[in-house]
Design a protein around this ligand. Structure first.
Ligand SMILES: Cc1cc2nc3c(=O)[nH]c(=O)nc-3n(C[C@H](O)[C@H](O)[C@H](O)COP(=O)(O)OP(=O)(O)OC[C@H]3O[C@@H](n4cnc5c(N)ncnc54)[C@H](O)[C@@H]3O)c2cc1C
Length: 466
Protein backbone atom coordinates (compact mmCIF):
# COMPACT_ATOMS: atom_id res chain seq x y z
CA UNK A 1 0.00 0.00 0.00
CA UNK A 2 1.30 3.46 -0.87
CA UNK A 3 2.36 5.40 2.19
CA UNK A 4 -0.03 8.29 1.69
CA UNK A 5 0.19 9.95 5.03
CA UNK A 6 3.84 9.46 5.94
CA UNK A 7 5.23 12.37 3.92
CA UNK A 8 4.38 15.77 2.60
CA UNK A 9 3.70 15.74 -1.14
CA UNK A 10 4.45 18.70 -3.36
CA UNK A 11 1.14 18.33 -5.17
CA UNK A 12 -1.88 16.15 -4.44
CA UNK A 13 -4.50 15.84 -7.16
CA UNK A 14 -7.99 14.76 -6.13
CA UNK A 15 -9.67 12.75 -8.89
CA UNK A 16 -8.14 10.74 -11.71
CA UNK A 17 -10.24 11.83 -14.69
CA UNK A 18 -9.04 13.93 -17.61
CA UNK A 19 -8.63 17.17 -15.65
CA UNK A 20 -6.81 15.50 -12.76
CA UNK A 21 -4.48 13.55 -15.03
CA UNK A 22 -3.59 16.64 -17.08
CA UNK A 23 -2.81 18.42 -13.81
CA UNK A 24 -0.79 15.53 -12.39
CA UNK A 25 1.32 15.04 -15.53
CA UNK A 26 1.98 18.77 -15.85
CA UNK A 27 2.98 19.15 -12.20
CA UNK A 28 5.26 16.13 -12.37
CA UNK A 29 6.91 17.38 -15.56
CA UNK A 30 7.61 20.62 -13.68
CA UNK A 31 9.52 18.61 -11.10
CA UNK A 32 6.95 18.20 -8.32
CA UNK A 33 6.29 14.99 -6.41
CA UNK A 34 2.68 14.16 -7.25
CA UNK A 35 0.04 11.93 -5.72
CA UNK A 36 -3.31 11.29 -7.44
CA UNK A 37 -6.09 10.18 -5.10
CA UNK A 38 -8.90 8.37 -6.94
CA UNK A 39 -12.05 7.12 -5.26
CA UNK A 40 -12.86 4.43 -7.83
CA UNK A 41 -11.10 1.08 -8.01
CA UNK A 42 -8.51 0.77 -10.78
CA UNK A 43 -10.90 -0.86 -13.27
CA UNK A 44 -13.37 2.03 -12.92
CA UNK A 45 -10.73 4.75 -13.12
CA UNK A 46 -11.16 7.70 -15.43
CA UNK A 47 -14.51 9.05 -14.18
CA UNK A 48 -16.74 10.62 -16.80
CA UNK A 49 -13.71 11.18 -19.00
CA UNK A 50 -13.57 7.52 -20.01
CA UNK A 51 -16.97 7.91 -21.72
CA UNK A 52 -15.94 10.75 -24.02
CA UNK A 53 -15.22 10.76 -27.72
CA UNK A 54 -13.87 14.19 -28.61
CA UNK A 55 -12.68 17.63 -27.58
CA UNK A 56 -13.55 20.96 -29.15
CA UNK A 57 -10.35 22.63 -30.30
CA UNK A 58 -9.65 25.96 -31.87
CA UNK A 59 -8.03 25.49 -35.30
CA UNK A 60 -9.18 21.90 -35.02
CA UNK A 61 -8.79 18.79 -37.07
CA UNK A 62 -10.78 19.21 -40.27
CA UNK A 63 -9.52 22.74 -40.62
CA UNK A 64 -6.68 21.85 -42.91
CA UNK A 65 -6.87 25.11 -44.85
CA UNK A 66 -6.84 28.51 -43.20
CA UNK A 67 -10.28 29.30 -44.62
CA UNK A 68 -11.72 26.20 -43.03
CA UNK A 69 -10.22 26.58 -39.58
CA UNK A 70 -12.31 27.02 -36.43
CA UNK A 71 -11.24 30.44 -35.19
CA UNK A 72 -11.27 31.90 -31.71
CA UNK A 73 -13.98 34.31 -32.83
CA UNK A 74 -16.26 31.55 -34.10
CA UNK A 75 -15.65 29.34 -31.04
CA UNK A 76 -16.49 32.30 -28.78
CA UNK A 77 -19.70 33.08 -30.70
CA UNK A 78 -20.78 29.44 -30.37
CA UNK A 79 -20.02 29.33 -26.66
CA UNK A 80 -21.62 32.67 -25.93
CA UNK A 81 -24.73 31.59 -27.82
CA UNK A 82 -25.27 28.28 -26.01
CA UNK A 83 -24.66 29.85 -22.61
CA UNK A 84 -27.01 32.72 -23.39
CA UNK A 85 -24.19 35.07 -22.36
CA UNK A 86 -23.95 33.48 -18.91
CA UNK A 87 -20.23 32.97 -18.98
CA UNK A 88 -17.03 34.66 -17.85
CA UNK A 89 -15.72 36.03 -21.12
CA UNK A 90 -12.14 36.36 -19.87
CA UNK A 91 -11.91 32.74 -18.70
CA UNK A 92 -13.86 31.50 -21.72
CA UNK A 93 -11.60 33.22 -24.25
CA UNK A 94 -8.50 32.13 -22.38
CA UNK A 95 -9.74 28.53 -22.50
CA UNK A 96 -10.53 28.75 -26.19
CA UNK A 97 -7.08 30.15 -27.03
CA UNK A 98 -5.36 27.48 -24.94
CA UNK A 99 -7.04 24.71 -26.94
CA UNK A 100 -4.98 25.73 -29.99
CA UNK A 101 -1.93 23.70 -28.91
CA UNK A 102 -3.82 21.05 -26.97
CA UNK A 103 -3.80 18.35 -29.60
CA UNK A 104 -0.03 18.47 -29.84
CA UNK A 105 0.30 18.31 -26.04
CA UNK A 106 -2.06 15.35 -25.87
CA UNK A 107 -0.30 13.45 -28.64
CA UNK A 108 3.02 13.89 -26.84
CA UNK A 109 1.46 12.16 -23.84
CA UNK A 110 0.07 9.17 -25.66
CA UNK A 111 -3.38 10.24 -26.88
CA UNK A 112 -4.12 9.24 -30.46
CA UNK A 113 -6.73 10.67 -32.78
CA UNK A 114 -8.99 9.33 -35.50
CA UNK A 115 -11.17 10.89 -38.20
CA UNK A 116 -14.44 12.37 -36.93
CA UNK A 117 -17.36 10.03 -36.46
CA UNK A 118 -20.33 10.80 -38.64
CA UNK A 119 -23.89 10.98 -37.36
CA UNK A 120 -26.28 13.67 -36.25
CA UNK A 121 -23.61 15.54 -34.30
CA UNK A 122 -21.65 16.89 -37.23
CA UNK A 123 -18.43 17.96 -35.54
CA UNK A 124 -15.69 17.19 -38.01
CA UNK A 125 -14.58 20.82 -38.38
CA UNK A 126 -14.60 21.76 -34.72
CA UNK A 127 -13.78 18.67 -32.69
CA UNK A 128 -10.87 16.23 -32.53
CA UNK A 129 -11.90 12.60 -31.95
CA UNK A 130 -9.89 10.26 -29.71
CA UNK A 131 -8.89 6.93 -31.18
CA UNK A 132 -10.44 4.35 -28.84
CA UNK A 133 -12.54 7.06 -27.16
CA UNK A 134 -12.07 8.44 -23.67
CA UNK A 135 -11.16 5.05 -22.25
CA UNK A 136 -8.05 4.89 -24.42
CA UNK A 137 -7.30 8.53 -23.59
CA UNK A 138 -7.35 8.03 -19.83
CA UNK A 139 -5.39 4.79 -20.12
CA UNK A 140 -2.72 6.63 -22.13
CA UNK A 141 -2.56 9.36 -19.50
CA UNK A 142 -2.30 6.82 -16.66
CA UNK A 143 0.59 5.12 -18.43
CA UNK A 144 2.31 8.46 -19.04
CA UNK A 145 1.72 9.60 -15.47
CA UNK A 146 3.13 6.37 -14.03
CA UNK A 147 6.18 6.53 -16.32
CA UNK A 148 6.88 10.08 -15.21
CA UNK A 149 6.69 8.98 -11.56
CA UNK A 150 3.24 10.16 -10.51
CA UNK A 151 1.96 8.01 -7.63
CA UNK A 152 -1.65 6.90 -8.00
CA UNK A 153 -3.81 5.47 -5.28
CA UNK A 154 -7.21 3.92 -6.05
CA UNK A 155 -10.10 3.09 -3.73
CA UNK A 156 -9.27 6.21 -1.76
CA UNK A 157 -11.94 8.78 -1.08
CA UNK A 158 -11.17 12.36 -0.10
CA UNK A 159 -13.76 13.19 2.53
CA UNK A 160 -12.54 16.67 3.38
CA UNK A 161 -10.17 19.30 2.11
CA UNK A 162 -9.34 21.00 5.41
CA UNK A 163 -8.71 24.73 5.02
CA UNK A 164 -6.99 27.25 7.27
CA UNK A 165 -8.47 30.44 5.87
CA UNK A 166 -7.79 30.33 2.14
CA UNK A 167 -5.03 27.68 2.35
CA UNK A 168 -5.25 23.89 2.43
CA UNK A 169 -3.90 22.38 5.64
CA UNK A 170 -4.48 18.70 4.87
CA UNK A 171 -6.84 16.24 3.22
CA UNK A 172 -8.89 13.67 5.08
CA UNK A 173 -8.82 10.45 3.09
CA UNK A 174 -10.57 7.12 3.63
CA UNK A 175 -8.39 4.31 2.31
CA UNK A 176 -8.15 0.63 3.22
CA UNK A 177 -10.67 1.13 6.02
CA UNK A 178 -8.49 3.81 7.60
CA UNK A 179 -8.94 7.54 8.02
CA UNK A 180 -5.73 9.27 6.95
CA UNK A 181 -4.47 12.85 7.02
CA UNK A 182 -2.62 13.57 3.77
CA UNK A 183 -0.42 16.66 3.56
CA UNK A 184 0.61 18.59 0.46
CA UNK A 185 2.15 21.92 -0.39
CA UNK A 186 -0.50 22.39 -3.07
CA UNK A 187 -3.74 20.64 -3.94
CA UNK A 188 -5.64 20.39 -7.23
CA UNK A 189 -9.29 19.39 -6.91
CA UNK A 190 -10.55 17.66 -10.06
CA UNK A 191 -13.21 15.47 -8.56
CA UNK A 192 -16.06 16.18 -10.97
CA UNK A 193 -19.59 17.38 -10.26
CA UNK A 194 -22.26 16.04 -7.88
CA UNK A 195 -24.52 14.47 -10.50
CA UNK A 196 -24.37 10.99 -8.96
CA UNK A 197 -25.59 12.32 -5.62
CA UNK A 198 -29.36 11.96 -6.05
CA UNK A 199 -30.05 13.34 -2.57
CA UNK A 200 -28.20 16.55 -3.43
CA UNK A 201 -29.98 16.78 -6.81
CA UNK A 202 -33.29 16.48 -4.97
CA UNK A 203 -32.58 19.76 -3.18
CA UNK A 204 -33.22 21.48 -6.53
CA UNK A 205 -35.27 18.96 -8.52
CA UNK A 206 -37.38 17.39 -5.78
CA UNK A 207 -38.57 13.80 -6.21
CA UNK A 208 -38.09 14.10 -9.99
CA UNK A 209 -34.39 13.41 -9.39
CA UNK A 210 -35.27 9.79 -8.57
CA UNK A 211 -36.11 9.33 -12.25
CA UNK A 212 -32.82 10.76 -13.53
CA UNK A 213 -30.30 8.38 -15.01
CA UNK A 214 -26.64 9.23 -14.44
CA UNK A 215 -24.77 8.79 -17.71
CA UNK A 216 -21.34 8.59 -16.18
CA UNK A 217 -19.43 7.64 -13.07
CA UNK A 218 -21.29 6.82 -9.84
CA UNK A 219 -18.34 8.35 -7.91
CA UNK A 220 -19.35 11.92 -8.74
CA UNK A 221 -20.85 12.48 -5.29
CA UNK A 222 -19.65 16.05 -4.89
CA UNK A 223 -18.12 15.41 -1.49
CA UNK A 224 -15.08 17.61 -2.14
CA UNK A 225 -17.26 20.36 -3.58
CA UNK A 226 -19.50 20.30 -0.52
CA UNK A 227 -16.50 20.33 1.82
CA UNK A 228 -15.09 23.42 0.10
CA UNK A 229 -18.36 25.33 -0.13
CA UNK A 230 -19.00 24.63 3.58
CA UNK A 231 -15.64 26.23 4.43
CA UNK A 232 -16.16 29.53 2.67
CA UNK A 233 -15.02 28.88 -0.88
CA UNK A 234 -17.00 31.01 -3.33
CA UNK A 235 -19.63 29.07 -5.23
CA UNK A 236 -20.24 29.63 -8.92
CA UNK A 237 -23.07 28.48 -11.15
CA UNK A 238 -26.74 27.73 -10.72
CA UNK A 239 -27.20 24.51 -8.71
CA UNK A 240 -30.08 23.42 -10.94
CA UNK A 241 -28.09 23.88 -14.14
CA UNK A 242 -26.43 20.85 -15.63
CA UNK A 243 -25.60 19.09 -18.84
CA UNK A 244 -28.43 16.61 -19.34
CA UNK A 245 -29.48 14.82 -22.50
CA UNK A 246 -32.37 12.57 -23.37
CA UNK A 247 -31.25 8.96 -23.13
CA UNK A 248 -32.91 5.61 -23.60
CA UNK A 249 -35.13 5.03 -20.57
CA UNK A 250 -33.94 1.43 -20.48
CA UNK A 251 -30.36 2.48 -19.73
CA UNK A 252 -28.78 1.49 -16.39
CA UNK A 253 -28.99 3.92 -13.48
CA UNK A 254 -25.26 4.75 -13.68
CA UNK A 255 -22.47 4.62 -16.24
CA UNK A 256 -24.57 3.75 -19.32
CA UNK A 257 -22.22 5.97 -21.32
CA UNK A 258 -22.54 7.30 -24.81
CA UNK A 259 -24.37 4.31 -26.32
CA UNK A 260 -27.58 5.13 -24.48
CA UNK A 261 -27.91 8.65 -25.94
CA UNK A 262 -30.65 9.17 -28.50
CA UNK A 263 -30.04 11.39 -31.50
CA UNK A 264 -33.37 10.64 -33.20
CA UNK A 265 -35.23 13.66 -31.80
CA UNK A 266 -34.86 16.00 -34.83
CA UNK A 267 -36.44 13.29 -37.00
CA UNK A 268 -39.21 12.39 -34.54
CA UNK A 269 -42.12 13.87 -32.73
CA UNK A 270 -41.64 13.70 -28.98
CA UNK A 271 -44.65 13.19 -26.70
CA UNK A 272 -45.01 12.99 -22.93
CA UNK A 273 -47.06 10.62 -20.70
CA UNK A 274 -50.18 12.47 -21.86
CA UNK A 275 -49.31 11.69 -25.49
CA UNK A 276 -48.81 15.39 -26.15
CA UNK A 277 -45.94 17.19 -27.83
CA UNK A 278 -44.22 19.80 -25.69
CA UNK A 279 -41.23 21.30 -27.57
CA UNK A 280 -39.93 22.07 -31.05
CA UNK A 281 -37.99 18.94 -32.01
CA UNK A 282 -36.42 20.66 -35.02
CA UNK A 283 -35.50 23.99 -33.45
CA UNK A 284 -31.83 24.03 -34.50
CA UNK A 285 -28.98 21.76 -35.55
CA UNK A 286 -28.60 18.91 -33.10
CA UNK A 287 -25.14 19.80 -31.65
CA UNK A 288 -26.66 23.05 -30.39
CA UNK A 289 -29.82 21.45 -29.04
CA UNK A 290 -29.08 17.92 -27.82
CA UNK A 291 -28.07 19.11 -24.36
CA UNK A 292 -31.42 20.79 -23.61
CA UNK A 293 -33.51 17.64 -23.95
CA UNK A 294 -32.56 16.12 -20.61
CA UNK A 295 -33.99 19.15 -18.83
CA UNK A 296 -37.06 19.18 -21.05
CA UNK A 297 -37.86 15.55 -20.24
CA UNK A 298 -37.09 16.20 -16.55
CA UNK A 299 -39.86 18.82 -16.54
CA UNK A 300 -42.53 16.43 -17.95
CA UNK A 301 -44.84 14.28 -15.80
CA UNK A 302 -42.97 11.33 -14.29
CA UNK A 303 -39.86 12.43 -16.22
CA UNK A 304 -40.62 10.25 -19.22
CA UNK A 305 -41.18 10.99 -22.88
CA UNK A 306 -41.28 9.07 -26.14
CA UNK A 307 -39.64 9.85 -29.48
CA UNK A 308 -41.89 8.56 -32.25
CA UNK A 309 -40.96 8.25 -35.91
CA UNK A 310 -41.79 6.21 -38.96
CA UNK A 311 -39.74 4.08 -41.31
CA UNK A 312 -38.59 7.15 -43.31
CA UNK A 313 -36.45 8.23 -40.36
CA UNK A 314 -35.18 4.83 -39.27
CA UNK A 315 -31.68 5.17 -40.72
CA UNK A 316 -31.06 8.88 -40.23
CA UNK A 317 -29.39 8.78 -36.81
CA UNK A 318 -27.08 6.71 -34.67
CA UNK A 319 -29.32 4.23 -32.81
CA UNK A 320 -29.09 3.62 -29.08
CA UNK A 321 -27.84 0.36 -27.65
CA UNK A 322 -31.45 -0.81 -27.35
CA UNK A 323 -33.80 -1.63 -30.20
CA UNK A 324 -36.68 0.78 -30.76
CA UNK A 325 -40.20 -0.37 -29.93
CA UNK A 326 -41.86 -1.22 -33.25
CA UNK A 327 -45.49 -1.42 -34.36
CA UNK A 328 -47.50 -1.47 -37.58
CA UNK A 329 -49.95 1.23 -36.49
CA UNK A 330 -49.84 4.27 -34.22
CA UNK A 331 -52.56 2.67 -32.07
CA UNK A 332 -50.48 -0.46 -31.59
CA UNK A 333 -47.46 1.70 -30.74
CA UNK A 334 -49.52 3.65 -28.20
CA UNK A 335 -50.59 0.40 -26.52
CA UNK A 336 -46.99 -0.86 -26.40
CA UNK A 337 -45.97 2.40 -24.70
CA UNK A 338 -48.98 2.34 -22.37
CA UNK A 339 -50.16 5.73 -23.65
CA UNK A 340 -53.72 6.92 -24.22
CA UNK A 341 -54.16 5.56 -27.75
CA UNK A 342 -56.86 8.01 -28.83
CA UNK A 343 -54.77 10.96 -27.71
CA UNK A 344 -51.63 9.71 -29.39
CA UNK A 345 -53.50 9.20 -32.65
CA UNK A 346 -54.92 12.71 -32.37
CA UNK A 347 -51.46 14.17 -31.69
CA UNK A 348 -50.01 12.45 -34.76
CA UNK A 349 -53.04 13.49 -36.87
CA UNK A 350 -52.76 17.13 -35.81
CA UNK A 351 -49.03 17.13 -36.41
CA UNK A 352 -49.37 15.57 -39.86
CA UNK A 353 -52.01 18.09 -40.85
CA UNK A 354 -49.68 20.97 -39.91
CA UNK A 355 -46.69 19.79 -41.96
CA UNK A 356 -46.00 21.90 -45.04
CA UNK A 357 -44.19 20.22 -47.93
CA UNK A 358 -40.51 21.04 -48.30
CA UNK A 359 -37.21 19.57 -49.42
CA UNK A 360 -35.99 17.30 -46.65
CA UNK A 361 -32.28 17.52 -45.87
CA UNK A 362 -31.02 16.02 -42.62
CA UNK A 363 -27.68 17.91 -42.87
CA UNK A 364 -29.01 21.47 -43.10
CA UNK A 365 -31.70 23.60 -41.49
CA UNK A 366 -34.16 22.56 -44.18
CA UNK A 367 -37.56 24.05 -45.06
CA UNK A 368 -39.66 21.10 -43.81
CA UNK A 369 -41.73 22.67 -41.04
CA UNK A 370 -45.15 22.91 -39.52
CA UNK A 371 -47.52 25.82 -39.77
CA UNK A 372 -50.13 26.86 -37.20
CA UNK A 373 -49.00 24.26 -34.66
CA UNK A 374 -47.98 24.81 -31.02
CA UNK A 375 -45.26 23.94 -30.36
CA UNK A 376 -44.02 24.09 -33.93
CA UNK A 377 -41.49 21.80 -35.52
CA UNK A 378 -39.22 24.21 -37.37
CA UNK A 379 -37.12 21.85 -39.47
CA UNK A 380 -37.13 18.23 -40.63
CA UNK A 381 -40.90 18.01 -40.16
CA UNK A 382 -42.37 15.21 -42.26
CA UNK A 383 -45.69 13.45 -41.85
CA UNK A 384 -45.54 10.35 -39.66
CA UNK A 385 -47.40 7.98 -41.97
CA UNK A 386 -45.18 5.18 -43.26
CA UNK A 387 -45.21 1.96 -41.23
CA UNK A 388 -43.61 0.38 -39.42
CA UNK A 389 -43.69 3.00 -36.66
CA UNK A 390 -41.03 3.19 -33.97
CA UNK A 391 -40.57 4.67 -30.51
CA UNK A 392 -37.74 5.16 -28.04
CA UNK A 393 -38.65 5.86 -24.39
CA UNK A 394 -36.64 8.84 -23.07
CA UNK A 395 -35.40 9.74 -19.59
CA UNK A 396 -33.26 12.66 -18.43
CA UNK A 397 -29.65 11.48 -18.57
CA UNK A 398 -27.57 13.79 -16.40
CA UNK A 399 -23.98 14.20 -17.52
CA UNK A 400 -22.59 16.76 -15.10
CA UNK A 401 -23.70 19.55 -12.80
CA UNK A 402 -22.54 23.17 -13.13
CA UNK A 403 -22.48 24.34 -9.52
CA UNK A 404 -18.82 24.61 -8.66
CA UNK A 405 -15.98 26.53 -7.06
CA UNK A 406 -15.02 29.95 -8.37
CA UNK A 407 -11.56 30.15 -9.93
CA UNK A 408 -9.35 32.76 -11.55
CA UNK A 409 -7.23 32.52 -14.70
CA UNK A 410 -4.50 30.68 -12.74
CA UNK A 411 -7.07 28.04 -11.70
CA UNK A 412 -6.77 29.31 -8.14
CA UNK A 413 -9.84 28.69 -6.01
CA UNK A 414 -11.42 31.94 -4.79
CA UNK A 415 -12.80 32.41 -1.30
CA UNK A 416 -16.09 34.04 -0.47
CA UNK A 417 -14.41 37.37 0.28
CA UNK A 418 -12.64 37.37 -3.09
CA UNK A 419 -9.22 36.21 -1.80
CA UNK A 420 -7.57 33.65 -4.07
CA UNK A 421 -6.16 30.60 -2.33
CA UNK A 422 -2.39 30.33 -2.53
CA UNK A 423 -2.29 26.54 -2.71
CA UNK A 424 -5.71 25.27 -3.80
CA UNK A 425 -6.47 24.90 -7.50
CA UNK A 426 -9.44 23.45 -9.41
CA UNK A 427 -9.97 21.96 -12.85
CA UNK A 428 -12.71 20.21 -14.82
CA UNK A 429 -16.35 19.74 -13.93
CA UNK A 430 -15.86 21.04 -10.39
CA UNK A 431 -15.25 24.54 -11.82
CA UNK A 432 -17.38 24.27 -14.98
CA UNK A 433 -19.92 26.84 -13.73
CA UNK A 434 -17.31 29.59 -14.20
CA UNK A 435 -17.78 29.27 -17.95
CA UNK A 436 -20.95 27.24 -18.36
CA UNK A 437 -23.67 29.35 -16.76
CA UNK A 438 -26.12 27.29 -18.78
CA UNK A 439 -26.19 25.29 -22.01
CA UNK A 440 -23.38 23.26 -23.52
CA UNK A 441 -21.20 23.00 -26.59
CA UNK A 442 -20.21 19.47 -27.65
CA UNK A 443 -16.59 18.74 -26.76
CA UNK A 444 -16.21 21.63 -24.32
CA UNK A 445 -16.01 19.47 -21.18
CA UNK A 446 -12.76 17.89 -22.29
CA UNK A 447 -11.43 21.17 -23.66
CA UNK A 448 -12.04 22.99 -20.38
CA UNK A 449 -10.76 20.14 -18.21
CA UNK A 450 -7.55 19.81 -20.23
CA UNK A 451 -6.84 23.54 -20.27
CA UNK A 452 -7.54 24.11 -16.57
CA UNK A 453 -5.86 20.82 -15.63
CA UNK A 454 -2.65 21.99 -17.26
CA UNK A 455 -2.83 25.44 -15.68
CA UNK A 456 -3.66 24.01 -12.25
CA UNK A 457 -0.81 21.50 -12.45
CA UNK A 458 1.69 24.13 -13.52
CA UNK A 459 0.63 26.64 -10.86
CA UNK A 460 0.52 24.00 -8.13
CA UNK A 461 4.08 22.94 -8.98
CA UNK A 462 5.27 26.56 -9.00
CA UNK A 463 3.69 27.09 -5.59
CA UNK A 464 5.22 23.90 -4.20
CA UNK A 465 8.69 24.95 -5.32
CA UNK A 466 8.27 28.54 -4.18
C1 LIG B 1 -21.45 9.53 -21.58
C2 LIG B 1 -20.64 10.79 -21.59
C3 LIG B 1 -20.10 11.25 -22.78
C4 LIG B 1 -19.37 12.43 -22.81
N1 LIG B 1 -18.80 12.80 -23.99
C5 LIG B 1 -18.02 13.90 -24.02
C6 LIG B 1 -17.27 14.24 -25.20
O1 LIG B 1 -17.26 13.50 -26.20
N2 LIG B 1 -16.54 15.38 -25.17
C7 LIG B 1 -16.47 16.19 -24.06
O2 LIG B 1 -15.81 17.23 -24.10
N3 LIG B 1 -17.13 15.86 -22.92
C8 LIG B 1 -17.89 14.75 -22.87
N4 LIG B 1 -18.50 14.40 -21.70
C9 LIG B 1 -18.27 15.25 -20.52
C10 LIG B 1 -16.88 14.93 -19.97
O3 LIG B 1 -16.86 13.57 -19.59
C11 LIG B 1 -16.50 15.76 -18.76
O4 LIG B 1 -16.71 17.12 -18.96
C12 LIG B 1 -15.02 15.56 -18.40
O5 LIG B 1 -14.65 14.23 -18.58
C13 LIG B 1 -14.81 15.93 -16.96
O6 LIG B 1 -13.53 15.58 -16.55
P1 LIG B 1 -13.18 15.69 -15.01
O7 LIG B 1 -11.77 15.22 -14.90
O8 LIG B 1 -13.57 16.99 -14.47
O9 LIG B 1 -14.17 14.62 -14.30
P2 LIG B 1 -14.12 13.04 -14.29
O10 LIG B 1 -13.55 12.49 -15.53
O11 LIG B 1 -15.48 12.55 -13.90
O12 LIG B 1 -13.10 12.69 -13.12
C14 LIG B 1 -13.40 12.96 -11.77
C15 LIG B 1 -12.77 11.86 -10.93
O13 LIG B 1 -12.83 12.23 -9.56
C16 LIG B 1 -13.07 11.06 -8.79
N5 LIG B 1 -13.61 11.48 -7.50
C17 LIG B 1 -14.82 12.04 -7.26
N6 LIG B 1 -14.96 12.32 -5.95
C18 LIG B 1 -13.79 11.92 -5.35
C19 LIG B 1 -13.33 11.96 -4.00
N7 LIG B 1 -14.09 12.45 -3.01
N8 LIG B 1 -12.10 11.46 -3.73
C20 LIG B 1 -11.33 10.97 -4.74
N9 LIG B 1 -11.73 10.91 -6.03
C21 LIG B 1 -12.95 11.40 -6.34
C22 LIG B 1 -14.04 10.27 -9.64
O14 LIG B 1 -14.02 8.90 -9.30
C23 LIG B 1 -13.50 10.53 -11.05
O15 LIG B 1 -12.59 9.54 -11.46
C24 LIG B 1 -19.20 13.19 -21.62
C25 LIG B 1 -19.72 12.73 -20.42
C26 LIG B 1 -20.42 11.53 -20.39
C27 LIG B 1 -20.95 11.01 -19.08
Amino acid sequence: MTDLAGRQWDVVVVGGGNAGLCAAITAREAGASVLVIEHAPRHFRGGNSRHTRNARLMNAPGGSSQANSYTEAEYWVDLNQVTGGQTDEGLARMTIRATADLRHWMEKRGVRFQPALTGTLNLSRTNAFFLGGGKALVNAYYVTAARRGVVIVYDAEVRDVCLDGPAVRELTVIHGGERLAVRAKAVVVASGGFQANLEWLKEYWGEAADNFLVRGTPYAMGRVLRSLLDQGVAAVGDPAQCHAVAIDARAPKFDGGIVTRLDCIPFSIVVDRNAERFYDEGQDVWPKRYAIWGRLVAQRPRQIAYAIFDSKAERLFMPSLFRPIRADTIAELGRALDLDVGRLEATVRTFNAAVVPGTFDSRTLDDCRTIGLTPPKSHWARVVDTPPFFAYPLRPGITFTYLGVRVDEHARVIMHDGTPSANLFAAGEIMSGNILGQGYLAGFGMAMGSVFGRIAGERAAIHAHG
